[in-house]
Write a protein that binds this ligand. Structure first.
Ligand code: HEC
Length: 152
């Protein structure tokens, strides 16, 4: 009889221990998930406030090309998203990133070097002439937002 109740007590302790372990694992998993989703919200997306500009006809065409091919990452008004940087940014003033940088970026893609977003894939569906339109759009938006050529 005594032995049996000792056995029962032992089993009870074992069950409590198991329960504690399970609770600990569940708690750990829930906190890991919470931290993960929190860091996902805190991703490195950099966006800037861009004042839309009165665009030339060429720039309006460029805007359409941009919205179809580039805005997914660079954002509407090239203000940036969590997939790509804002191009209406002093880094991309014409003195630091000439028009050539745009042709090269579209043709070959870009290796991540300024930002933590990763590489930009080549946009081979966008032709040279379309990039010319996009450049006009970006330059006009830059100028309207006070981003002008600086010499380096
Ligand atoms: C899939 C996302 C993505 C798309 C689509 C995309 N880009 Fe990018 N782009 C990036 C990222 C990310 C960078 C930043 C790389 C770095 O410097 O770290 C970048 C950088 C650039 C740069 C800077 C190049 C340099 O020399 O530093 C230019 C210019 C550019 N993009 C233009 C464009 C144009 C024009 C389009 C559309 C035809 C486009 N991008 C579409 C993600 C994208």
């Amino acid at each position: 009889m005594k032995k049996q109740s000792r056995l029962r007590a032992m089993k009870k302790r074992q069950r409590m221990f198991l329960l504690a372990v399970v609770a600990w694992i569940v708690f750990g998993a829930v906190s890991a998930l919470a931290i993960l989703s929190w860091t996902a919200e805190e991703d490195p997306g950099v966006t800037v406030r861009v004042t839309p500009a009165a665009l030339s006809e060429v720039a309006v065409e460029g805007e359409a090309v941009f919205n179809a091919n580039c805005a997914e990452c660079h954002g509407p008004n090239a203000a940036g998203t969590n997939l790509g940087p804002p191009l209406i940014h002093d880094i991309y003033n014409p003195g630091h990133h000439s028009d050539q940088a745009f042709y090269l970026a579209a043709a070959n893609g870009v290796r991540a070097h300024h930002w933590p977003y990763g590489d930009m894939p080549a946009q081979s569906e966008v032709s040279y002439d379309e990039v010319t339109l996009v450049i006009r759009y970006i330059r006009e938006l830059q100028e309207a937002n006070g981003i002008v050529a600086k010499s380096y």
